[in-house]
Structure formats: structure tokens, C-alpha cells
Design a protein around this ligand. Structure first.
Ligand code: E4P
Length: 216
């Protein structure tokens, strides 16, 4: 499973990249706002310079023609920039048009298997079902991942399933068990993935025994 880092925070990306855990990056307008950088194209270029894998930058236009123009501008930032397009009717037109130009698209804000099927048919490189936001409204986000993996597998669709809106380690592990291609993970969850209370307890016991040995 590939790990993308779901942030626009350069320092956090650099730290996780150095641990070998960063195959790519996803950003969105909210993450850009959180990073506090208004020069978003410059920031995307800096992220692309740091990470050689797919880096998603999202359009803010809502009409197809404007989405396409914005997507073309974003794609010119780097050859590994992936254009994120919201999964709306207008978005589908933009996904198809950009994909025809060999610009890779990440279809974002996917909440149903129907949307996932449509974005794959339109040629999206990635389909991003938002599991955490579905859980937030009492649905089962991981059930959607299972449905999308099944549908894509059934028809040999090449669009990669990208688990998005990850809130906790189980989203990543369940996604991996279902065969999702990618999880985009906030830095906080990367840290949680390595934690286990028995590791901490075991280490504390080892160090205490070592100290006792030194004291003779
Ligand atoms: C995905 O690419 C999105 O940026 C992200 O996963 C959204 O997550 P959120 O629901 O925590 O905002």
C-alpha cells in the first residue's frame, strides 16, 4: 500500500519522507489555509521539489471550463502534480477532459460507489472516497472502500483507490486488507500507526532492568 501524506506542511512532509513513509502528498484548500500560505502554486512547487511521487493540488473553480483551465495551470507546476477535482457533474467533464490530455486527476469528495464508477469511466488516475466524513454522519466509510475495490476489480478499472479522510490507524489497516492502492494519511495518524502500549511497556521494563544491572 502506498502512503501519501495528507498535509501542506512542508516540515511535516520532510520528516515523514526521511522515514521512508511518503510515497506522495495530497493537499486541499483547507490544508492550504492551515499551512497559512497564500502563494499556493509556489507551495505546491516546493512540495513537488521535496517529494518525487504524486502531489495532489486541488482546483477551486466549480464550472468545467474553469476547472480545466485551472487544472492545466496546476499541472504545469510539475510533471508529478496530480490535479484534484471535486466529484460533481461539472467535475466529471473536467476529469474526462484533463485525463484525455494525459493530465493525472485525483477525483476528490467521493462518497458513493456510483461516484467512484463514474470517475473511473471518466479516466481519473485516483478515486478518493472520504471514509472519515462518512463515519462522522453515522455511515461506514470502510464499506465504501470495499465496494469500490470490488467494482474496480470486477471490471479491471485502472483507477487507483485512495483511502481519504483518514482519522485513525484502523482506516489504514482495513484499507490495506481490502486491497486499496493508497491511503492518504495525516501526520498525526502516521505517528499513531507506530504506537503500541505493549511496546512502551516492554521498553520501559528493558530499560529498568538495564539500569538495575548497571547499579550492580
Ligand atoms: C484527501 O485528499 C483530503 O485532503 C483529506 O483526506 C480530507 O480529510 P478530512 O475529512 O480530514 O478533511
Amino acid at each position: 500500500m502506498k502512503f501519501f501524506i495528507d498535509t501542506a506542511d512542508l516540515e511535516a512532509i520532510a520528516e515523514i519522507k526521511d522515514m521512508g513513509m511518503c510515497d506522495g502528498v495530497t493537499t486541499n484548500p483547507s490544508l492550504m489555509a492551515k499551512a497559512g500560505r497564500r502563494d499556493t502554486d509556489v507551495l505546491l512547487r516546493e512540495i513537488c521539489d521535496l517529494v518525487q511521487g504524486p502531489v495532489s493540488g486541488e482546483v477551486v473553480a466549480t464550472e468545467a471550463d474553469e476547472m480545466i483551465a485551472e487544472g492545466e495551470r496546476l499541472a504545469a507546476i510539475s510533471d508529478h502534480l496530480v490535479v484534484k477535482i471535486p466529484t460533481t457533474y461539472e467535475g466529471l467533464k473536467a476529469i474526462a477532459a484533463l485525463s484525455r490530455q494525459d493530465i493525472r486527476v485525483n477525483a476528490t469528495l467521493v462518497f458513493s460507489p456510483a461516484q467512484a464508477l463514474l470517475v473511473a469511466k471518466a479516466g481519473a488516475a485516483y478515486c478518493s472516497p472520504f471514509v472519515g466524513r462518512l463515519d462522522d454522519i453515522g455511515h461506514d466509510g470502510m464499506e465504501l472502500i470495499e465496494q469500490v475495490v470490488t467494482i474496480y476489480g470486477e471490471y479491471g478499472l485502472e483507477t487507483e483507490v485512495l483511502v481519504a479522510s483518514v482519522r485513525h490507524p484502523n482506516h489504514v489497516i482495513e484499507g490495506a486488507m481490502m486491497g486499496a492502492d493508497v491511503a492518504t494519511i495525516p501526520p498525526k495518524v502516521i505517528k499513531q500507526l507506530v504506537q503500541h502500549p505493549l511496546t512502551d511497556k516492554g521498553l520501559a521494563a528493558f530499560l529498568a532492568d538495564w539500569d538495575r544491572l548497571q547499579e550492580g
